[in-house]
Ligand binder design. Sequence first.
Ligand code: HEC
Length: 159
Amino acid sequence: MQKKSWTIAAVAAGIAGIGAVSAIAQETPQVSEPLSRSGFVLENGLAIPAFDPVKGRKLFAAKGCVVCHNINGIGGEDAPDLSAGHMERPMNAFDFAAKMWRGAPAMIAMQEDELGEQIELTGDDLAAIIAFVHDEKEQAKFSQADIPENIKAILEGGD
Ligand code: HEC
């Protein structure tokens, strides 16, 4: 975890005697590639996790999302297609979780039926999956080879 670079910028501005520290601190940080992959901690102690689409590609399959959700033609068709082309841009990452929350009653009932239990996810897992769902390039690499045998068996055994 690294501190956001704008904090350093704000301190530097203070040292330089520019009286606009608070205005700079309120600016939206520029999200660079390395920052978006490593995560950081906000001033208030909240950790913003890494958004790792490569890990997300593996988790999307291994956690079983693929049993019901389709990406580029791979996966089940019982639930909304999660291909990147269907996603809003820019999108607040938490809106993805909010959509899952809205769909939760139907989704959990189906998971218990098809996977035998509700899928367990950590915040890091979810951040990785959200990154994958919004990453067209990473989705282009998604293939049957990403799907573990146990999940494949459920997909093939489905209705
Ligand atoms: C057993 C089937 C099943 C599994 C597994 C499953 N989902 Fe779903 N999901 C659904 C269904 C069905 C809906 C639609 C619910 C509704 O419309 O009420 C849904 C809805 C959603 C939505 C909202 C889509 C929208 O456009 O509103 C998101 C996001 C989502 N799921 C993400 C995931 C993720 C991420 C995983 C894996 C961690 C996952 N789902 C696993 C069945 C599943």
